[in-house]
Design a binder for this molecule. Structure first.
Ligand code: NAD
Length: 490
């Protein structure tokens, strides 16, 4: 682990929110945003509350009638222009993102920033796909359906992949003719604000508003606001429940992308280096495990347990952990002190369980500036332990042996989460049989990559409601169906 910073310090200064196309401050003042690279203050953003959120929702509501009246093609063209304008800023946005949330530039934020361009282009192309249907009810009647925008979308995103998660809400919501108030995470506001400022060059004022601040203040003000017609939330399951509670008071539709504790099932024929690399990628070690889809419950067949875990430890020992902005770095830093302490507590507790073996990583002896941890492997974990059941959101994989296919499927499904899963075997019969039986919104077989445009991504059980990343997700999340029934007999 190299926690000595090889790249210069970054400062951002004070950055205003965006309300009705212009910069805005908050009556409650500013909040500091720390860089987890070194604990320095990167800059400040306004501490929005009810007043500022109300301004933003009013601006979005005022912009809605004219935005929805634009043709789908015009909206698509504007989204395409935004994509073209963002493209030359990808590197700058990626660096900002690494500085604020600690994800490594080379392995994470550069790709994530490039994804914005892809997402805006993809949904620009789908803007004209809000098609309806005709229903043959009677020969003398015409019945057809329309897909219409909902109105003001209140969107809330977390800090772990703020660019991807914001783009995946802004682009489809706007493509369908909605306007938006986006609440960014208090730990990672700057990169999304930069994106949103570029968007303002092309969008009419009020179409996209971005508010900053704490969840309990700005977030609650948004989920409670009567002017919001749809809530789209990505974050923890606990806060997702709260968002749904607030939505239920006004009966507004809600999409929730929440937490996970995803299983990876390794069959005995998969004791190979490429599987180990895939498992490392599926565990999202490159993002410090701070990913909702992290495959953090690793079920390895007993016949290959020792050999596979030895290969895993060997690969992880080559990981370069350090300054997120350094090109040599594979894995950056945990986002903040609270999260760092939480992950360390889980490691201490898991490693101290009777029979547990800490094969790699662990809690660092001395905390350097920043919140650096190395990839941690705890073997011989019992599925009932807290480390195996709760989302740690850190670079910690729990390895659990198995011997029987039914047994491993039961263990994989014994979770209140159901977001992602990974199955590793060259026997496609076994692999697909297992994939079909695992309770998750997304199962990957022999690969451990990230979400891609076009897939209907989302969770089952307490991992969420609704789908994103796709045409279907866009239509379900951001349009309302209306039927027009016409008598032809007059
Ligand atoms: P979080 O739920 O604490 O916060 C997410 C966002 O909600 C932040 O902007 C926060 O300010 C806001 N918020 C907090 N309290 C609120 C409230 N009472 N009302 C309204 N908004 C509120 O989550 P986090 O710690 O920032 O992110 C990590 C979590 O997000 C993990 O559980 C992870 O699995 C999940 N996540 C899920 C997905 C997915 O696609 N399923 C993707 C990324 C992250």
């Amino acid at each position: 682990m190299n926690t000595r910073l090889e790249t210069p310090p970054v400062t951002v200064g004070d950055q205003e929110m965006i309300v009705n196309g212009v910069g805005a401050q908050a009556v409650a003042g500013w909040i500091d945003v720390e860089s987890p690279r070194d604990g320095s203050i990167l800059g400040r953003v306004p501490r929005a509350g009810e007043v500022e959120v109300d301004d933003a929702v009013r601006a979005a509501a005022a912009a809605f009638p004219r935005w929805r009246e634009k043709s789908a093609r015009q909206r698509g063209d504007l989204l395409r222009q935004i994509a073209d304008a963002v493209a030359p800023h990808v590197e700058e946005i990626a660096r900002l993102s690494s500085a604020e949330n600690g994800n490594a530039l080379r392995t994470q934020t550069r790709g994530e920033a490039a994804f914005i361009v892809d997402a805006f282009r993809y949904f620009a192309g789908l803007a004209q796909e809000a098609k309806g249907e005709t229903i043959p009810i009677r020969p003398d009647a015409l019945d057809y359906s329309l897909r219409q925008p909902i109105g003001v979308v209140g969107a809330i995103v977390p800090w772990n992949a703020p660019l991807m998660l914001s783009a995946i809400k802004i682009a489809p919501a706007l493509a369908m003719g909605n306007t938006m108030v986006l609440k960014v995470a208090e730990d990672a506001p700057f990169a999304v604000l930069k994106l949103a400022r570029i968007c303002q060059e092309f969008l009419p004022p009020g179409v996209l508003n971005v508010v900053t601040g704490y969840g309990k203040e700005a977030g609650e003000a948004l989920t409670s606001h009567p002017g919001v017609g749809k809530l789209s939330f990505t974050g923890s399951t606990a806060v997702g429940r709260r968002v749904m509670e607030k939505a239920s008071e006004r009966l507004v539709p809600v999409s929730l992308e929440l937490g996970g504790k995803s299983p990876q099932v390794v069959f005995p024929d998969a004791d190979e280096d490429w599987v180990v690399s895939g498992v490392v990628s599926g565990m999202r070690f490159f993002r410090q495990g701070q990913s909702c889809t992290a495959g953090s419950r690793l079920f390895v067949h007993a016949d290959i347990f020792e050999s596979f875990t030895a290969k895993l430890v060997e690969q992880l020992s080559a990981f370069v952990v350090g300054d997120p902005l350094d090109e040599k770095t594979d894995m950056g830093t945990i986002v903040n002190r609270a999260q760092f302490e939480k992950v360390c507590d889980y490691i201490r507790e898991g490693a101290a369980q009777p029979g547990a073996r800490l094969l790699a990583g662990g809690v660092p002896d001395e905390r350097a500036d920043g919140y650096y941890l190395t990839p941690t492997v705890i073997a011989d974990v019992e599925p009932s332990w807290r480390v195996a059941r709760e989302e740690i959101f850190g670079p910690v994989v729990c390895v659990i042996p198995w011997t029987d296919e039914d047994e491993v499927v039961a263990m994989a499904n014994d979770s209140h989460y159901g977001l992602a899963a990974f199955v590793w075997s060259k026997d496609l019969g076994k692999a697909l049989r297992t994939a079909h039986r695992i309770e998750a919104g997304w199962v990957q077989v022999n690969q451990g990559g990230g979400q891609f445009l076009g897939q209907s991504y989302g969770g089952t059980k307490t991992s969420g409601l609704g789908r994103e990343f796709s045409l279907e997700g866009m239509l379900e999340s951001y349009t309302e169906r209306k039927h027009i029934s016409v008598s032809l007999s007059q």
